[in-house]
Design a binder for this molecule. Sequence first.
Ligand SMILES: NC(=O)c1ccc[n+]([C@@H]2O[C@H](COP(=O)([O-])OP(=O)(O)OC[C@H]3O[C@@H](n4cnc5c(N)ncnc54)[C@H](OP(=O)(O)O)[C@@H]3O)[C@@H](O)[C@H]2O)c1
Length: 295
Amino acid sequence: MRVLVGGGTGFVGRTLTQLLQSRGHDVTVISRQPGKNRITWEDLSRMGLPPCDGAVNLSGENVLNPFRRWNESFRQEVVDSRVKPTEILAKAIAEAEHPPRAWVLVTGVGYYKPSNTSRYTEDSPGGDFDFFSRLVTRWEAAAKIPEGRTRQVVVRSGVVLGKDGGAVAQMLWPFRLGLGGPIASGRQPFPWIHVVDLAGIVTHALEKEGVTGILNGVSPTAVITTNGDFARAMGSALQRPALLPLPGFAVSAIFGPERSVMLLEGQRVEPKRTLETNYRFAFPDLPSALHDILA
Ligand SMILES: NC(=O)c1ccc[n+]([C@@H]2O[C@H](COP(=O)([O-])OP(=O)(O)OC[C@H]3O[C@@H](n4cnc5c(N)ncnc54)[C@H](OP(=O)(O)O)[C@@H]3O)[C@@H](O)[C@H]2O)c1
């Protein structure tokens, strides 16, 4: 398969590219920067869709960039870096003479309302109660193409755990120094997935005829995992204590109240449809995932 991967230079995109290539697929990345085996978003807007059998979009500014203040201009960048590339790719697919067989967008479980008690599947309502849920609604709407020619899949991802980026990279040093611990009470849900499984679900969606619609990109045990469980598992994998809680007010001070929802609250999400499509998770439980990542 020839696969176009928007945002393929990033944390998830690098693992996805490796996985696709290891399965014999050709990957062309869509990026802001030109380079080998890449096209730019401008190329795509100007020249239309190059010949391809599958398309994926993973682009987006890192919301939890601790060096960026959560103000109106950063908020707009977070939205535009997701919605605009998605619109460009969807338009190119819709207008292509030879459209791809599958089009996969990765969004987030921020679609569902944070709650310590509610459990969500792909059929649960959401998408209209805070900045993140409304962002996911706009982002997924931007991906819509007329039905019929191309199978469309949206993977709503949880917190992605992997070696070279994401949450583990941001938290590794405090934990290594024995200064790690839960965030606030630690009772908030922690909807996580190993990066290998997120790349695996995207690949499964590209390859398997008949997979369509929303798939939750979280591990099967994420529905019972809390932030405290994650802290304990990190401590145990690194053989360090993980007892020092990071107070909620400190998180709010660093990230701002609106953005800190992502750390202070969470969603209990099940990958119901993902499992029904017969995707087999490589890392269904947290200790094995963190052992693989931190070994
Ligand atoms: N990581 C997670 O825990 C997580 C959780 C849920 C959902 N997701 C979603 O999954 C997707 C992939 O995540 P990731 O962690 O791999 O993302 P990432 O590495 O932070 O970024 C992916 C790519 O997006 C492009 N990008 C970054 N900032 C941009 C900006 N300001 N404007 C336009 N493009 C920009 C970059 O590509 P170029 O520099 O090549 O243009 C980058 O390589 C994202 O859409 C993210 O929202 C991630």
